[in-house]
Design a protein around this ligand. Structure first.
Ligand SMILES: Cc1cc2nc3c(=O)[nH]c(=O)nc-3n(C[C@H](O)[C@H](O)[C@H](O)COP(=O)(O)O)c2cc1C
Length: 366
């Protein structure tokens, strides 16, 4: 099957991209003291030159004293870090590419293997990162308010620096997701509650603040996942109705595009149909969606951290779902980490030149 349909342009508010391929956000830890270097700018510039439609940056943390557990993860605050990001977006634009930063607060985290820790304890809805790990403190209402404002400032900075959109990281067990999950959100104030709809409040307030800071015309992407790094098969929303109670308030708060993270895009979300997460999110909200998870590869990404390699695989099932209108955009992670030319190879049917993914690619900025 030809991938031609992925090469139609897409426009939504401030975002105007030449094809449907989105580079998924991937942490690289190549920004000492939180400052993206010239090598980081060149890494993203190569993806723009390689015809990626939209580049999402690696997660980049907001202005809270314990928003990160790694000294080499970029900040999205402070003069030097923002100057680094300015050169990233200028380099991407110079190649005709488009890009948004993924703004991130990790919440309560395990300590990093490097031994580096932030100056103050990790913060989250409770002390827990997951039911088996307590490693931080429960946020006060003042901490919550300050964090929401910090997301807003980061989004305003993204717009001011010239980025084409912003992505809020609400997935994978980090701060916003810690509020969604009942195992980590045990609060008894208005940010907690028995239902997912009640625990949605923090996420909704973050989206509203970001919308307030960037105005109506700037594109806001929200990344969500049902799964957690410690609980791969977990589902926050166990039924389509519960998913409605989660996504509709976020949509009304100002999300333009839902980025629906799965480990394998072809897995159905609920038993009643073969729709995946992006398919359900689009059906429920009517908003544009991004699918992601093992596109073009035969192994999933968490196994990649354990050293597993993946080989190129067919795009036919992806294209079948795309043609059916399940989603608008397609997130691609490891293939683009390993090969800045992946998009051109797909476009030109140069399948024999695809390189797959091996763990060695993580150690360098190719
Ligand atoms: C090295 C690496 C770092 C990642 N870092 C992030 C991140 O910072 N933020 C995020 O939302 N997802 C992150 N992910 C998940 C990817 O965005 C993507 O969802 C995942 O790799 C599945 O896509 P793939 O199968 O095409 O690789 C990371 C994945 C990898 C491989």
């Amino acid at each position: 099957m030809s991938a031609e349909q992925l090469f139609k342009p897409f426009s939504l508010k401030s975002l105007n991209i030449k094809n449907r391929i989105v580079m998924a956000p991937m942490t690289r830890s190549f920004s000492p003291n939180g400052i993206p270097t010239a090598d980081v700018a060149s890494y993203y510039q190569r993806r723009a030159a390689g015809q990626v439609g939209l580049i999402l940056s690696e997660g980049t943390v907001i202005d809270r004293p314990s928003s990160s557990n790694d000294a080499n993860i970029p900040h999205f605050y402070g003069e030097e870090s923002l100057a680094g990001w300015k050169s990233v977006i200028d380099s991407v634009h110079a190649e005709g590419g488009s890009m948004g930063p993924q703004i991130w607060h990790m919440g309560v985290m395990p300590n990093h293997h490097s031994g580096w820790t932030p100056s103050v304890p990790f913060e989250g809805p409770s002390e827990y990162n997951n039911p088996n790990l307590k490693n931080g403190r429960a946020m006060t209402e003042a901490d919550i308010t300050e964090s929401i404002l910090a997301y807003g400032r980061a989004a305003a900075d993204a717009k001011r620096l010239g980025f084409d959109c912003v992505e809020i990281h609400g997935a994978h067990g980090y701060l916003i997701d810690q509020f969604f999950w009942d195992a980590t959100n045990t609060r008894t104030d208005q940010y907690g509650g028995k239902t997912l709809a009640e625990r949605n409040r923090f996420g909704v307030e973050v989206v509203k603040e970001v919308r307030k800071q960037v105005g109506e015309d700037f594109t806001i992407i929200l990344r969500l996942s049902q799964w957690k790094p410690t609980h791969y098969d977990y589902k926050l929303a166990k039924t389509p109705e519960e998913m409605e109670s989660w996504l509709l308030p976020l949509s009304e708060a100002g999300v333009d595009i839902f980025h629906c993270s799965q480990r394998r895009f072809w897995e159905p979300e609920f038993e009643s149909s073969d729709l995946n997460f992006a398919g359900w999110a689009k059906k429920i909200t009517g908003k544009a969606t991004i699918t992601v998870g093992s596109v073009g590869l035969n192994g999933e990404f968490l196994a990649a951290f354990a050293g597993e390699s993946s080989q190129p695989s067919s795009l036919d099932e992806l294209l079948r779902r795309f043609d059916r209108g399940d989603f608008d955009l397609v997130g691609v992670g490891r293939p683009l980490l390993a090969d800045p030319h992946w998009v051109e190879k797909i476009k030109e049917d140069r399948n024999q030149e695809l390189v797959g993914f091996s763990k060695e690619a993580l150690g360098v900025l190719l």
